[in-house]
Design a binder for this molecule. Sequence first.
Ligand SMILES: [Zn+2]
Length: 342
Amino acid sequence: MGAIPVPALYTAHAPPKPTLQDQWRAINLFGRNVASYKFALAEALLTLAPAGGNVVRLDELAKPFALAVCRHLHLEDKQSTSASSSFLAECRRFNQSEIDETQLIATTLAKGFNNVIDAFHVVGQGDVPQRFFIDERATSSGIRITDDFSRLLETASALDLPNEVEARWRLVETAWRLQVGRAMIAAYDDDSGQLLLPNRSMRRVAVTSCRDALNGYQQGKCFYCSSPITVVQSENLADVDHYFPHALRPTEVGHAINGVWNLVLACRACNRGEGGKSARVPHEDLLARLHARNEFLIGSHHPLRETLIAQTGTTEAGRRAYLTEFDGAAISKLIHRWKPRD
Ligand SMILES: [Zn+2]
């Protein structure tokens, strides 16, 4: 059984076993992908939201699944690490209006589900402990939804799950186009809240919401105080927070402030409430947490791994030293430390 990656900094708060949300997120957020079909299947399941015990026939699943792939092919033509795929070729033909929806669904039934149903639950060395569906293609031409999937949809963070799937998908397909391994430099745009990545002509364009991209990794909790946060409109809507405050922008370290390494999600009380962080430097203890968070993203094959390395250093020790040095520069300018209320 493969271990579910859980950020070390949150294990103190986490129950001993991974929750259903942990397992769903692990499927979508961790591990290496060779094609984006896992995201399309996740999106289709969240869209259909079938009740536990029901069978979803493949011909019902095919439409939302294929349309999700077609929509993403519009955004990024590279949806797989392999050179060619006859399924993707048919999806492109659909986008060009060369085949109709009936033909697209027929192709999807024949070729679209080849590996994704088998591989969906695999994280690391094996399947997650609880399954969201059972493969019954041999007996009932579909997949049987489990009660655990229904329970997942009843959890408090269920509304965030579609955004997380979409954010991860956008990052993965962008990384494929840019060929991870070459530096993939992301920047955060304060005004729009979007992560900017290079387009085909290497100009930076908005790719996904920074909030959606970070939330799964913080398990719906404020970076500083662990109170619940969410990425959909509500009283708990997370703020994207600069760990080292934005007030450093005009200084000689200011160019680095919008790097992903410095962005966390915080509750409104910590970010801008009375007693919030404002233009103060987080307490030294929190620096270790930021380092652990960045190492966790790097270790979990996050699509921005290369960006984090390019921004903060090629070795773990080097990245730790970078943060310590930055902390020294920040406190010498901003003078005051802050930590969250208990
Ligand atoms: Zn907080």
